[in-house]
Design a protein around this ligand. Sequence first.
Ligand SMILES: [Zn+2]
Ligand SMILES: [Zn+2]
Length: 344
Amino acid sequence: MRSNVSEKTLVDCMDRRSILYLAVGASVLTGCEEQDVKNEGEIRSDTMKRSPNGFTTRPSPVDIESNYPELAPLRRTAVRLHPRKKSDLPVDSSKIGGVFFANDPAEWPFCRTHKTHHIGILQLTKYDVPELGFPDGCDIFQLTFCPFDHDDVYCPDVSGRWLSLSDDHIQQSSNPSFEEPEYKYIPNECAIHPERVEDYPQMDELPEDLQARIGADRSLVGPVEEWLERPDDEWAPETAYSYFLSAADGTKVGGNVNWIQVPQSSRCPKCSGWTEDLLTIASWEWDGGTFHRWKPIEDCPQGVAVSSDGADDHGMMFGDAGAIYVGVCRKCEGFPIARTFQCS
Ligand SMILES: [Zn+2]
Ligand SMILES: [Zn+2]
């Protein structure tokens, strides 16, 4: 259990005009009023600090795009969040877990199935991760969940909402604390450290002819083998591509989705159209296969990644090292979200 979450403190009521709520399932929506939004990137208050970077992904060992120019238009920028345990972060900072900003705690999402309030998983500000694509007038995104499994999968029910900070309110409001010992999922409070990396689609998302050519390309294996403790192992080109050269591993915004199973986008809860891939909450930031590439250099004092340790600071294990994939519908008012879940 975390100890840093205070009881029902800091619940100053704020002006609800500036707040927009949306929830998957309930789809509660009160509208996000346009207001005098300052220039993008401007810091609104002393507590609104950009989260630091500080973690560096190892560069790709292969210039895959020069080998396969058709990958160029498929390249995307992923914002790896690199969650690391840190206590007592400001309520309006980008973070995983801990106490979140909430203009009106009475509107905090509630699970009718389990008759419990949600707890905060991920909070991101526009200043740290503008790539989320915030609705006009909003500058904080929050992902919350019911801390129990839902829908017969080992995954909590997730809700998303886009909120506005306003200049005339000091960020002293927070969600009430609802943590109970029986909750299945309780994230450790973590700071996030956004890092932009370029990544490419997984094998399954490539055209078949390209899959076949990459799968037969032994030249991809040599540079990768230099990373491995046992370079004599027979590495298939497809494995090298999947582990090290395609979609970035871990918790991230955007980029190509690192599906654990086959690609499985979600449907908008309002219009039933396909959502746009928004972000991934992964149980692990890397695993026993992918750590050579995706474990940051700063976590590898010897300069090479020799173990997969340290991949789970937020402490949430979804099924067997699963991941929650969150999609957003930008066609519907309020940008509703939906989630899919996969594990090995
Ligand atoms: Zn529930
Ligand atoms: Zn929609």
